[in-house]
Design a protein around this ligand. Structure first.
Ligand code: DX5
Ligand code: ZN
Length: 245
């Protein structure tokens, strides 16, 4: 699960009355993964949708379903999301006391396992579970709502996690307030998988979505290239400069 930049539009920003059509539109527009934000009104202060909706929209695309569970407790619902068609299931480190057990349960269901950290959570929460995960998701807003502003404080965490990951086949995803203006910075810091809701679903046609996805992708690719070639400063400093530009 490593390599190229992946763009994962969050359908939280789609028109829910036309969810199937919206997913087909982002598929045609070049989305790599489909990001599904599941909110329970308890772990986060908002409710979105559940496993039945994921199951209903699954036939709309063949692309990977990247399911982000912002729910607590999480264990009782893992099987339902696996059966609904999730490919990657990401849970929050803050959502329960037995992160290691929950991650094992996701892999036992035959799915890729992800762990997410809220902005105030240290990367040290990952230290003893890195060999159990396929993806780390750094929240670049406080989870619960689309359309919030990117938190630049997370660039340093992204860079630290990139070095913790080392050669492991783990994707490093960012989620929240991602736009064409900060995509280069997060990629320079080490992110390779970018979730974007509002910045993708701007406009109302597949052509608009395609232009939005392409702009985020090309900025991220430019940022990733800087990370590889700019040996002059630690990745986080390079990333911060790109943000201020
Ligand atoms: C926030 C969600 C995000 C959010 C992204 O809790 O996890 O996926 O929908 O939306 P934007 O890109 O609008 O911040
Ligand atoms: Zn999300």
């Amino acid at each position: 699960m490593t390599g190229e930049i992946i763009i994962a539009p969050s359908i939280l920003a789609a028109d829910f009355a036309r969810l199937g059509e919206e997913i087909a539109a982002i598929d045609a527009a070049g989305a790599d993964w489909i990001h599904c934000d599941i909110m329970d009104g308890h772990f986060v202060p908002n409710i979105s949708f559940g496993a039945d909706i994921v199951k209903a929209i699954r036939p709309a695309t063949k692309k990977i379903f990247d399911v982000h569970l912002m729910i607590a407790p999480v264990d009782p619902y893992l099987e339902a999301f696996a059966k609904a068609g999730a490919d990657v299931i990401t849970i929050h480190a803050e959502a329960g006391p037995h992160l290691d057990r929950s991650l094992q349960a996701i892999r036992a269901l035959g799915k890729k396992a992800g762990v997410s950290l809220c902005p105030s959570t240290s990367e040290s929460a990952l230290e003893y579970v890195l060999d159990r995960v396929d993806l780390v998701l750094v929240m670049t807003v406080n989870p619960g709502f689309g359309g919030q502003s990117f938190l630049a404080s997370q660039l340093e965490k992204i860079a630290r996690i990139r070095s913790m990951i080392g050669e492991r086949p783990i994707r490093l995803e960012v989620d929240g307030g991602i736009t064409r203006d900060n995509a280069a910075a997060v990629a320079a810091a080490g992110a390779d998988t970018l979730v974007a809701g509002s910045a993708v679903f701007r406009g109302n046609s597949s052509a608009d979505y395609a232009a939005n996805i392409a702009a985020i992708r090309s900025a991220a690719e430019a940022g990733a290239a800087r990370k590889l070639h700019d040996g002059s400063a630690p990745p986080v400093r390079t990333a911060e400069r790109m943000l201020l530009r």
